[in-house]
Design a protein around this ligand. Structure first.
Ligand code: ADP
Length: 451
């Protein structure tokens, strides 16, 4: 601009910073032309200085929004590519190995191997669907908190038991750090969300750790629980520490897809932790492992010296030998067969109904029924209504609602109707039997999550 002025040239749309007398910084856009006296001597400039500070801010915000939109677009494309790959992999395994299973004749080892592969591919598929649904409900602001009181150590122990298998397979050491081991620490928070966050972090820890140790645990300070999941894996560079909590973000964008995943686990985890009033942070360096820490405040922690009557899958339960009768309310033949098969080997008698009306009637006319496994979606009358009606005349009868719906709403409605517990299909046989035994032993079970 100085150059233009010195040369007495026209000034067109030149933007320059300006310090206002009140101290604020402004941006001015100058348009001016030199003017001269009658002898042609330069007198100065005539023109306008337009204050464009606000416009400029708007422009910058628009640019940012555009960049963000382009970045979102890129992430969405990456997500769609990932999801297609993530879904195809287990589906191909299921199709491929079920064909092999058909052809495997009577070779028991092969059959076992193929069945295991089909089983784990199916679980993988379910967890992908769960993640997508969780993400959608979080984004729609539909995710609700469901508070219940439960034993922290026992919940963590259950998680530990599930991941221990993986640790053995991978040759990685898994440690659970429970500083309040000797007490029965009861806390009040959303158990399902807590378990999901810890599971997501552990799944990642296993995915990104080839050897060494994975430790998870907690400590309690002034009614705030501090959880951590620490691994000796590949680590994460500083510039990715915040970004990886955004949906669809992954450190590895090389397209080789060495580790798989959809980039949803951490964003769901962060959303859950925030819903519970806490925060999640990361400490990590490439090659030196990672430690994810999150807090959950106001957990109403109570230390009970006596575990009391809370039960978990860890407890050895002996069911009296007299014959037990279980009513399976299930309209889908395949589901019924599966449940019946899972209960086999216990010498229990099972009866089946395939709609809500018959289920209520059966409970009325058969006082020998010891437990009901209640499906939700049934013709004529759904499982909620059937549960509600049965509760009117059999208050003590354990009713376990079983459903493929993972949504909180279903769980809440089941408990409101009077169910004792809610389990999500597909079940894992051992855990399923443990829950049934617990109720048959007429003890009170901590409401379990997703077995
Ligand atoms: P996903 O694991 O499905 O890709 P996440 O949201 O759980 O999605 O994780 C996002 C990314 O963060 C991962 O792809 C990975 O690059 C990085 N990450 C998460 N946890 C770890 C860990 N324990 N060690 C190394 N990198 C991790």
């Amino acid at each position: 601009m100085i150059k233009l002025i010195n040369g007495h040239e026209k000034i067109r749309d030149i933007i320059f910073p300006f310090l206002h007398w009140n101290g604020s910084r402004k941006l001015l856009q100058c348009n001016a032309a030199p003017f001269y006296d009658t002898e042609g001597r330069f007198l100065g400039y005539r023109g306008t200085n337009l204050d464009i500070t606000e416009n400029q801010k708007i422009l910058e915000n628009l640019k940012l929004a555009l960049n963000q939109a382009e970045e979102n677009d890129r992430l969405k494309t990456a997500f769609l590519n990932n999801i297609s790959h993530e879904i195809r992999t287990p589906v191909h395994a299921i199709i491929g190995y079920s064909t092999l299973l058909e052809d495997s004749g009577q070779n028991p080892e092969k059959r076992k191997l193929y069945t295991n592969i089909i089983h784990s591919a199916s679980n993988q598929l379910i967890s992908i669907i769960d993640d997508i649904i969780s993400m959608a409900t979080v984004e729609a602001g539909q995710e609700k908190i469901n508070l219940s009181e439960f034993s922290l150590n026992l919940t963590l122990q259950n998680i530990y038991d599930q991941f221990q298998l993986k640790a053995n397979e991978k040759g990685v050491i898994l440690l659970l750090d429970k500083p309040l081991e000797d007490h029965q620490l009861m806390i009040k928070t959303d158990q399902i969300k807590l378990v999901q966050v810890l599971s997501n972090l552990l799944i990642n820890a296993f995915k990104f750790t080839k050897e060494g140790t994975i430790t998870f645990g907690y400590h309690l300070k002034e009614d705030v629980l501090y959880f951590y999941v620490k691994d000796t894996g590949i680590g994460i560079s500083e510039e990715m520490h915040n970004l990886i909590f955004e949906r669809f973000r992954q450190v590895d964008t090389s397209g080789i897809r060495q580790y798989g995943g959809m980039g949803l686990g951490l964003s769901i985890s962060r959303a859950y932790v925030k819903l519970l009033g806490g925060d999640i942070t990361l400490e990590s360096k490439p090659g030196e492992g990672s430690t994810f820490t999150f807090t959950i405040p106001n957990v109403n922690a109570i230390k009970k010296m006596n575990p009391g009557n809370s039960l978990t899958g860890k407890e050895v339960v002996s069911v009296p030998d007299d014959k037990k009768t279980i009513l399976i309310a299930e309209d889908e033949d395949l589901n019924y067969l599966l449940i019946n098969e899972m209960l086999s080997g216990n010498h229990w008698q099972t009866i089946r109904t395939n709609n809500g009306v018959d289920t209520v009637e059966m409970c009325k006319t058969h006082p020998e029924i010891d437990l009901v496994l209640m499906d939700i979606k049934m013709p004529e009358m759904d499982g909620y209504e059937a549960t509600r009606l049965i509760r009117k005349f059999r208050k003590e009868l354990p009713i376990i609602v079983q459903s493929a719906y993972i949504h909180e709403e279903g769980r809440r409605r089941a408990f409101e109707a009077g169910a004792d517990d809610f389990i999500t299909k597909p079940f894992e046989k051992t855990q399923f039997n443990k829950v049934i035994k617990l109720y048959l032993a007429k003890k009170q079970l901590i409401r379990t999550y997703n077995i």
